[in-house]
Write a protein that binds this ligand. Sequence first.
Ligand code: FE2
Length: 324
Amino acid sequence: MIVLGMESSAHTFGVGIVDNGKVLANEKAMYRIGTAGMIPGEVARFHAENAAEVLGMALEKAGISNNEIEGIGYTMGPGLGPCLEVAQLSAKTVAKKLGVPIVPVNHCAAHAEIARHFGRLADPIMLYVSGGNSQILVLEERPYLHYVVLGETFDIGVGNMLDSFARKLKLEPAWGSSIEKHSQGGRYIELPYTVKGMDFSFTGLATRATELIGEERLSDLCFSIQETAFSALCEATERAMLLKNKREIGICGGVAQNRKLREMLEEVGREHDAKFGFAPDEFNADNGGMVAYLAERMIGSGIKSRLEDCGIRQKYRVDTARLG
Ligand code: FE2
């Protein structure tokens, strides 16, 4: 089945096309975030201005025409309201015009499922790390297929924590990737470390690291904030894996692009003979391909939605999303 997926929950407007689980196109336009961070109305305007072009690029890349599309998926949430509206409205317009089924997709589940697909993982403990979210997930089949949250951040997502620290350090680009770059050669400074069972917290860490700006070397700060946050994530993931008796670990979401975090998590897996897997970077960043991929599976499993029920949910929890 050829399914088109649309994503616009944050800074990226993405359109993906899949055919029987194979991604034919994964095109996107990304809003450049300045020092002020993301202003939802402005980002939504960017998405609306780029939607038609990105859709056209995806159709061209996949080598298909509009009327070959057999189903549509879009990100219902979680995300920024004005941004979510753009993919929702675009997807509904196309579905209505073509008369094909449409399903609302949970953004977090889409990240996890695309990582499970590319990482060739059957039933992993999945560490989902992005700007707004940081959770440890596991699949549950009853009463229907869905993800259960075993642990999560008490406050902010690890991605937002690293991005805002990059802004405070005035790094360019002001993203977590700059922290990773500047962490090379850094030495460890002790910073607040908070893990409670399978939950974790990052605000104390961010506050202390911010206090030390100007007092400690840039590379030491970048190295230590990563080391501390990632150790917390790895400790909680390891505990979840042992508790659930799993032998696979996956990582997904924007922060899954961080090489250091992947190395640390792979090491956790190695210690327990657990397989480690993840998706290529373009599918860890926000993208339409993952939405199309999950939508095809949902439609294939018989999930149906009425056009009038296709709204947005800014705080759409992954554990309430039915996947099959
Ligand atoms: Fe995301």
